[in-house]
Design a protein around this ligand. Structure first.
Ligand code: ADP
Ligand code: MN
Ligand code: MN
Ligand code: MN
Length: 368
């Protein structure tokens, strides 16, 4: 009975039948709200649905809800009630109408944040530097897997041809499951997620999309909900998304979540000085940032930041103009304009954007 199915049962379901029910009329002020939260792994998302009898105008209108935290790695069975606090609302691209997706953060019975709620302290830090107007854009890389865990479209035994033709590729021998990529892009736009673009990545079955620029705390809310949509859409196709930073060991690109950062001063004339100041500050606390840049305090990134495959070594801090083998890259266009933003290439694909953006502003805006 422990045999793994080769194909997802979801891939077999005739989706046209669902449409009959999606189209059923429901009273205008009945809203289906899907509450979404980060579980005890700090990486996986959970969700559950409820009916509201009013149309909320913001997350503050929504009821606090609870769930069994002992089933998500967030509480003990004997004291399991864990609380969901709504923080951001998006439109629901699956059931449409007035229905919503609700990003939540999680609290224990005594009102303290759960171990994987990194939003609370991120927001506290963001609130201290609103005058500096920090913006963030994250490049989310990921890999598609068959239901049995094999990279999608890879030969059953052996490997595809070496990297080179796949990045930004087109054609059935170059990229796999663009349907998911386009469905996700459209769903993000519909939902109100600030998706900026997408491209096929260097390894076959690996893709990227970008979210941003988003100001302050909203980068975390938007990125987490975009990950939810990606998992949810791939679920319908019977395909699995992995955010593992090195899904295939060896000479294959890993997956990052490069974060692009600017403040009002950096975006203003002569802002390059401010970018250089920020890089100087970042150079003094490389280890602290590495700990904040993956859910295993650097252990996940050890597999990815090898100094090969367009990465820098996890042990060294480096920066450069247009250099993709450094920790920090200043885009060529920013150097030419003398203002703009910088890119921190260190965060892993499964990093928590709340932890990453918090570490950055504590270092560069709050001098902590
Ligand atoms: P790369 O060349 O590293 O692949 P991408 O084009 O994939 O870069 O991503 C660039 C990211 O930078 C986008 O997410 C975009 O939203 C973000 N970005 C652009 N301008 C700014 C800015 N001023 N501040 C912060 N992020 C920005
Ligand atoms: Mn990119
Ligand atoms: Mn990329
Ligand atoms: Mn990049």
């Amino acid at each position: 009975m422990s045999r793994i199915l080769e194909e997802s049962p979801n891939a077999q379901i005739n989706k046209s039948i669902l449409q009959r029910y999606i189209d059923l009329p429901v009273s205008e002020n009945i809203v289906l709200a899907t509450y979404v939260w980060i579980d005890g792994t700090g990486q996986d998302l959970r969700c559950k649905d409820r009916t509201l009898d009013f149309i909320p105008s913001g997350p503050k209108d929504l009821p606090i809800w609870n769930f069994d935290g002992s089933s998500t790695g967030q509480a003990n069975g004997t004291n399991s009630d864990t609380y969901l606090h709504p923080v951001a609302i998006f439109k629901d691209p699956f059931t449409r109408g007035n229905n919503i997706l609700v990003m939540c953060d999680t609290y224990k019975y005594d009102g303290t944040p759960t171990e994987t709620n990194h939003r609370k302290t991120c927001l506290e830090a963001m609130n201290k530097c609103t005058a500096q107007e920090p913006w963030f854009g994250i490049e989310q890389e990921y890999t598609l897997l068959e239901f049995n865990g094999h990279p999608l479209g890879w030969p059953k035994n052996g490997f595809p041809g070496p990297q080179g033709p796949y990045f930004c590729g087109v054609g059935a021998n170059k990229v796999f499951a663009r349907d998911i990529v386009i469905a996700h892009y459209k769903a993000c736009l519909y939902a109100g997620i600030k998706i900026a673009g997408t491209n096929a990545e260097a390894m076959p079955a690996q893709w990227e999309y970008q979210v941003g620029p988003c100001s302050g705390i909203s980068i975390g809310d938007h990125l987490w909900m975009s990950r939810f949509l990606l998992h949810r859409i791939s679920e319908e196709f019977g395909i699995v998304v992995t955010f593992d930073p090195k899904p295939v060991p060896g000479n294959w690109n890993g997956s990052g979540a490069h974060i692009n950062v600017s403040t009002l001063k950096m975006r203003s004339d002569g802002g390059i000085k401010e970018i250089e100041n920020a890089i100087q500050k970042l150079s003094n606390c490389h280890d602290r940032h590495i700990r904040a840049y993956d859910p295993k305090q650097g252990k996940d990134n050890e597999r990815r930041l090898t100094g090969l495959n367009e990465t820098s070594s996890i042990n060294d801090f480096s920066y450069g103009i247009a250099n993709r083998n450094s920790s920090i890259r200043i885009p060529r266009s920013v150097s030419d304009d003398g203002k703009g933003y910088f890119e921190d290439r260190r965060p892993s694909s499964n990093s928590d954007p709340y932890s990453v953006s918090e570490a950055i502003i504590r270092t560069i805006c709050l001098d902590e």
